[in-house]
Design a protein around this ligand. Structure first.
Ligand code: PAF
Length: 282
């Protein structure tokens, strides 16, 4: 496995594979890797001759600078994990390498980027599009792998790829969960053991809401999830939206769509840590 820090080095290492017509897969990450990332890398390595993993804590997608400061940075451990799961190239550039000049590009794909995370984290998806478009330009991957935990992010990236006519196949991969049901996230390392146990209620309540939904209206189900989680000391729901899985438009009735997903963001603990998850109803 090679660790490279510049786009020039990255492209030099990819030139031979590209000339031979080998498939190149990319797993974009911000580091602090866990089993969820490992599953993306394993899948990428199975489906492509070359697996590139980018490790870059992208400042432009953090609307809250404190969130950026406390984000875990663990490049050495990340490299050990990546080597063990079949990555060929780790691309870990500096901020200056990715942003030699301020990136003033504006991406806008309403409603998918303006609802939910888009509404609560202004500028977040613009930053995601800035960095992901730069990574796609640097690597020119045949396939790129993203975790479904960031359900809305995948919809935004698909919209950007379509808009910019980028030739890459976006592959979304299932959420990987801890034994407790808590969706794996780099942010989980910021939780104490007690908070982690409390956070497991998020998926627990979402799962219970699937049964609840069969005898109740959509609005009653939404209320059930919000009230049940807010009743747990240490949790506070920021939003819970039940949306169409493709357009991400908020729904009123179960009959409004055949593809229904509940998306939630919850604050956990005293810091607090912001956790996201989702559940498919249909
Ligand atoms: O999902 C993430 O970790 C990030 O948003 C991504 C896609 C690597 C862009 O920085």
């Amino acid at each position: 496995m090679k660790l490279v820090h510049t786009i020039e080095d990255l492209q030099r290492n990819l030139a031979e594979a590209r000339a031979k017509g080998e498939k190149i897969g990319l797993v974009p990450t911000m580091g602090a890797l866990h089993e969820g990332h490992a599953s993306l890398v394993r899948r990428c390595a199975e489906e492509n001759e070359v697996t590139v993993v980018s490790v870059f804590l992208n400042p432009t997608q953090f609307n809250d600078k404190k969130d950026l400061e406390k984000y875990p940075r663990t490049l050495d451990a990340d490299c050990r994990l990546l080597e063990s799961v079949g990555a060929d190239i780790v691309f870990a550039p500096s901020v200056e390498e990715m942003y030699p000049q301020p990136d003033n590009r504006k991406f806008s794909y309403p409603p998918v980027d303006s609802v939910m995370e888009g509404a609560f984290r202004p500028g977040h998806f613009n930053g995601v599009c800035q960095i992901v478009s730069k990574l796609f330009a640097a690597v020119a991957p045949d396939r790129a792998y993203f975790g479904e935990k960031d359900f809305q992010q995948i919809a935004v990236i698909r919209a950007m790829v379509e808009d910019l006519h980028i030739e890459v196949e976006i592959i979304s991969c299932p959420v990987v969960r801890e034994q407790s049901g808590l969706a794996m996230s780099s942010r989980n390392t910021l939780l104490t053991d007690g908070e982690r146990a409390i956070a497991a209620n998020i998926f627990g309540v979402l799962m219970k809401s699937k049964n609840f939904a069969s005898g109740h209206t959509l609005n009653e189900t939404r209320r059930y999830v919000i009230d049940s989680l807010n009743a747990v000391i240490g949790l506070e729901v920021q939003y819970f939206s039940i949306v169409d899985g493709e357009t991400l438009q908020e729904l009123e009735e179960w009959t409004d769509s055949d593809d229904i997903v509940g998306c939630i963001t919850v604050f956990c603990g005293s810091q607090p840590i912001r956790l996201i998850d989702h559940i498919r109803y249909k």
